[in-house]
Design a binder for this molecule. Structure first.
Ligand code: ADP
Length: 217
């Protein structure tokens, strides 16, 4: 390769004619021939009414479900070629999940909640607290490490959930209705956070039935 040629960019997400149907009598076609490419530096919101196939798509992107046709490459890795344990490994290393209901443990501090993510991932204990603190700094919650979740606003709880997803250094952050429990100010703050994380190399993907992602002109 000449020194002037650029290395090709590997998409974070590459879907080629992905289909997913349920049952056969008659089949429900939740996804039909979906082509999607998301490269580093991009992020997206999947919107649509109930029944449009958002959860199905998120389950495919999160390697929780396999498409019935087509292919899905995550960071250039063809997920169809992996067995279940390889897929679980890929999921824990490359994908962070954030849920609408936050799922924080109320009797653990913010810092402990984030550290627990590594316990479940069976990651080395060495440096665990520092990594959790760094993740909380990234989401702007360095000053709340010793708080209990019950003392936090909805927007702050969401940030803790995002910090917990960030400790594994994923490339993809999948968020289920992330603004569902937030007021409009916290929703706007969340979009700004997604933009910042995206500039730092992460790809946030959210899905919602709401149109909150359209910025006002
Ligand atoms: P959304 O998240 O946009 O509400 P879903 O992905 O949950 O949409 O569903 C898309 C379509 O697939 C719907 O018609 C739904 O009824 C159907 N569907 C989803 N999951 C299943 C399932 N496990 N079995 C049968 N049909 C399903």
């Amino acid at each position: 390769m000449s020194p002037f040629e650029q290395t090709p960019v590997i998409p974070v997400i590459q879907l080629n004619r992905v289909g997913r149907h349920y049952g056969n009598d008659p089949p429900v076609h939740a996804l039909i021939d979906v082509d999607l490419q998301v490269t580093p530096g991009e992020w997206l919101a999947i919107t649509g009414p109930s029944g449009a196939g958002k959860s199905t798509l998120l389950n495919v992107l999160g390697c929780l479900d396999r498409p019935t046709s087509g292919s899905y490459l995550l960071d250039g890795i063809d997920t169809a070629k992996l067995n279940d344990s390889q897929r679980a490994g890929l999921r824990s290393r490359r994908i962070g999940f954030v849920f609408q209901a936050f799922h924080l443990l109320p009797h653990r501090t913010v810092l402990e909640n984030v550290m627990l993510a590594e316990v479940y991932r069976k990651q080395s204990q060495h440096g665990r607290q520092e990594r959790a603190r760094a993740a909380l700094e990234r989401v702007g919650l360095g000053h709340r490490v010793d708080f209990f979740p019950t003392k936090l606003s909805g927007g702050e709880k969401q940030r803790v959930a995002i910090a917990r997803a960030l400790v594994g250094s994923p490339s993809l952050l999948l968020c289920d209705e992330p603004t569902g429990n937030l007021d409009s100010k916290s929703s706007a703050d969340l979009l700004n956070l997604f933009e910042k994380l995206n500039q730092e190399g992460l790809t946030p993907v959210s899905y919602t039935h709401l149109d909150v992602y359209k910025r006002q002109p």
